[in-house]
Design a protein around this ligand. Structure first.
Ligand code: ATP
Ligand code: MG
Ligand code: MG
Length: 559
């Protein structure tokens, strides 16, 4: 089934397999921090982590990277699980970095005893000022050579309720002159006096990413720890801590056995949006959008609510591929992928978003007919449904012109047009109000031209969608434009909030949709014929339908 060519990541994995590393076992992990919702950037990592495991018949586990209790909670855990399932992936086990707090603590104590770690009581500013630059060595902390016993006592003190945040950190004693800044005595532990979503108040100091991630990979038996490019400079430190771990657990004689390998690929950046969790939090917290699942958000829950299919997201990610340099991907490519997939899936229905009345003057009053409508011309198995035809219809205002140019193939006096799934009608005129707005259009139908009958065969250029005024449902339709008005808001110097597109949401409240839509649910893919793809919104209540526009039929968006 999988057709895409191997990425450089898979090539590296194959080299490892060929060398017999890790006994031919492949184990990956997806490591979200439960401090927000997943976005399409995470989907790129998910497709890689799960894709490699699937391809090589290995396993991909989930690991919640919950080492900073200040922003984490269980609500995020639940939603992350849901989003990964929705994307179509199945994990092996679920782990938490917090499961390893005890083990990591013991390992840190071992490092202290080995003279490889010390407690620093300087402020973070003082520590930062001593770091040096990549070309000049740093300055040693005055606490760097304190005795082991003192370090052990202070490390224990760090893990008490009385320890003040910022008063002490545990640092690895590595190399203050190393050209890789991550080796200049990196912080291993810091004090955080906030209850943890899983361990409560058991711990008062927590391991840093660099002291938790590689070790967690190692504890679980991860063979390939795939992450994004910003971790390239962390890789030597990742490897060094694994070396120490192997010394600690007595497997240092075989440094290559059970050893996770970190491989980095480019982050996904999309035009007209932001992907930083901090910024997404701000958008939600300051009500600049209507929650994490606002259909304008780059979150998976937002995209799901908007009507994007998981397959369209996966196909998009496959199409852009994985590289070793960062780039900005055009969101129009994602939208093209959505259109392509929804064209296969969506049920075709009639909805009039900007209605104007059309009266079929020669159609009998009170008469109705049930017209057959094909659900999806791309898939016969989807069957048909019926739509009621009558004398009084709604059509789109833009489908009528009183004085039309020659190439206007919609409704205009004296010309014929086909009403989809119904009859050919000829426009006979219209009525206007005092301001000149069209209030009603009139037409006559040809009773022999019903769709599917021989009389329907004659050539008529335009086909319009319609709904019957007495047999339709009123609906609210929400249309979306880019969330930001500039292509790369993350690269702009201005506050990103100033760059929001003020017209990213348009709400139409007077739309009419065919009655068949009363049976639809969020998750059902719909095409409003001639308009675009749509999905029912969960804001829908009894008697009040709400639809989201997923994407238009064509890429008409222009700068
Ligand atoms: P932020 O930097 O905004 O806080 P994060 O990367 O820290 O986000 P995590 O929950 O830690 O968020 O990410 C889990 C995994 O998803 C990591 O392996 C990370 O590299 C990957 N990831 C996050 N954002 C992207 C992105 N835009 N493109 C590809 N992978 C990403
Ligand atoms: Mg983060
Ligand atoms: Mg992270």
């Amino acid at each position: 089934e999988e057709k895409r060519s191997l990425s450089f990541v898979e090539q590296l994995v194959e080299e490892d397999l060929a060398e017999g590393k890790n006994g031919g076992r492949i184990q990956t992990r997806f490591p979200p921090e439960p401090n927000g919702y997943l976005h399409i950037g995470h989907a790129k990592a998910i497709c890689m982590d799960f894709g490699v495991a699937e391809h090589y018949k290995g396993v991909c586990n989930l690991r919640f990277d919950d080492t900073n209790p200040s922003k984490e909670n269980t609500e995020y855990v639940e939603n992350i699980l849901n989003d990964i399932s929705w994307l179509g992936f199945r994990w092996g086990s679920i782990y938490y970095a917090s499961d390893y707090f005890e083990k990591l603590w013991d390992f840190a104590v071992w490092m202290i005893k080995k003279g490889l770690a010390y407690v620093d009581e300087q402020t973070s500013e003082e520590i930062a000022a001593q770091k040096g630059t990549p070309t000049t060595p740093g300055t040693a902390s005055p606490y760097r050579d304190r005795p082991v016993e003192e370090n052990l006592a202070l490390f224990n003190k760090m893990n008490t309720a009385e320890a003040a945040e910022g008063s002490m950190v545990l640092r690895a004693k590595l190399d203050m002159a190393n050209p890789n800044m991550h080796f200049r005595d990196p912080i291993m532990y810091r004090i955080i006096q906030i209850p943890h979503h899983r361990t409560g108040t058991k711990w008062h100091c927590y391991p840093m990413y660099d002291f938790a991630h590689g070790q967690s990979d190692y504890f679980e038996g991860v063979t390939h720890s795939i992450c994004t490019l910003e971790f390239v400079p962390h890789r030597p430190l990742y490897d060094r801590f694994v070396d120490f771990l192997k010394e600690y657990d007595g497997t240092a004689d075989n440094l290559h056995d059970n050893r996770p390998r970190q491989i980095e690929f480019n982050r996904l950046n999309l035009t007209y949006t932001v992907m930083s969790k901090r910024k997404l939090h701000t958008l939600v917290d300051e009500h600049l959008v209507n929650g994490w699942d606002d259909p304008r958000m780059p979150t998976l829950c937002g995209m799901r609510r908007r009507g994007y299919s998981p397959e369209s997201i996966r196909n998009f990610i496959d199409s852009i591929g994985y590289t070793k340099f960062d780039a900005l991907n055009d969101v129009a490519l994602l939208e093209a992928s959505v259109r392509e997939d929804l064209n296969r899936k969506a049920t075709r229905v009639s909805a009039v978003l900007d209605p104007v009345k059309l009266v079929i003057t020669n159609y009998p009053d009170g008469q109705t007919e049930e017209m057959e409508a094909v659900n999806n011309p791309e898939n016969e198995a989807d069957g048909t449904h019926t739509i009621t035809f009558s004398k009084n219809l709604w059509i789109e205002r833009a489908d009528f012109m009183e004085e039309a140019p020659r190439k206007f193939f919609r409704m205009t006096p004296g010309k014929e047009v086909r009403l989809k799934n119904a009859y050919i009608v000829k426009c006979t005129g219209c009525t206007k109000d005092a301001e000149g707005n069209i209030t009603e259009i009139r037409a006559e139908y040809d009773a022999d031209s019903k769709s599917g009958m021989p009389g329907a065969d004659r050539k008529v250029k335009g086909t319009l969608h319609w709904v019957s005024a007495d047999h339709c449902l009123k609906a609210e339709v929400r249309e979306y434009d880019r969330l930001f008005s500039i292509e790369n808001p993350s690269a702009d110097e201005r506050d990103f909030r100033e760059l929001l597109n003020p017209e990213s949401l348009t709400v139409r409240t007077d739309c009419y949709v065919e009655r068949y839509l009363a049976e639809k649910k969020p998750g059902d893919y719909l095409q409003f014929q001639r308009t675009g793809y749509f999905m029912l919104d969960p804001d829908t209540t009894e008697g009040h339908l709400v639809f989201n526009k997923t994407v238009g039929l064509k890429d008409t968006w222009a700068k």
